[in-house]
Design a protein around this ligand. Structure first.
Ligand SMILES: [Zn+2]
Ligand SMILES: [Zn+2]
Length: 137
């Protein structure tokens, strides 16, 4: 997913595009790292000296409410965020702790089992050792 004009994109989702919000969304969209609040704060605080962790946290909360970002709870000790709200799975490497995206194809039979249910969120988690770590060992 790539958004050309983040300011307009935020506005279209009912979010006032403040400088900080635009920067945070641009960062989230541009990284494959599924960052935590701390990661985002550390990445942007040099460029935006007025930024606080609370602002990052509240901004992410707004993004989630407006459904332009989602929380990934792959690790119970940390909350990670993803600008890609489309259905995809996450693989967490138990060695390097990176979280990788992978494509998911939901079988129609699975959907039929939940006929009449309203699905609000879809998440799929795998845990293991990534290719890079396997090669290194
Ligand atoms: Zn790894
Ligand atoms: Zn992802």
């Amino acid at each position: 997913m790539y958004v050309e004009n983040v300011g307009e994109f935020l506005k279209a989702h009912g979010i006032k595009p403040s400088y900080q919000r635009v920067k945070i969304y641009e960062y989230l969209m541009g990284t494959m790292e599924h960052p935590t609040v701390d990661n985002i704060y550390n990445a942007l605080s040099g460029e935006i000296p007025t930024l606080s962790k609370t602002t990052v946290y509240n901004t992410l909360k707004t993004f989630i409410e407006k459904e332009i970002a989602m929380v990934i709870t792959i690790d119970e000790n940390e909350t990670r965020f993803d600008a890609d709200t489309g259905l995809h799975g996450h693989f967490k490497c138990l060695s390097c702790h990176r979280v990788y995206d992978f494509e998911v194809d939901v079988r129609e039979e699975d959907q039929e089992t939940l006929e009449g249910f309203e699905i609000k969120e879809k998440q799929m988690f795998y845990y293991g050792i990534c290719k890079n770590c396997k090669q290194g060992s």
